[in-house]
Design a protein. Sequence first.
Length: 90
Amino acid sequence: MGILGWIVIGLVAGGLARWIVKDDRRGCLYTMIVGVLGALIGGALMNAADSRGVDEFSLRSIAVSAIGAVLLLLVLQAIAGRGPRRPRRF
């Protein structure tokens, strides 16, 4: 899979992960980085489970990448010590 494939999968998976986790940060580059790192995390976990990782442009690759990106965002939120940002109502 070429660099363009990684970028597209990163954008889609990062967008899905940000929607699931309710991450309110904005930006195409942030979303792409989260998705590509999620693909690396998800692919490594799938390889550890004796299964294929992220190797081609498919719905399965997007799902594995999104799961990895969700895990990444949850870990980042745990490290930051705060949950999803929500506006306070007074």
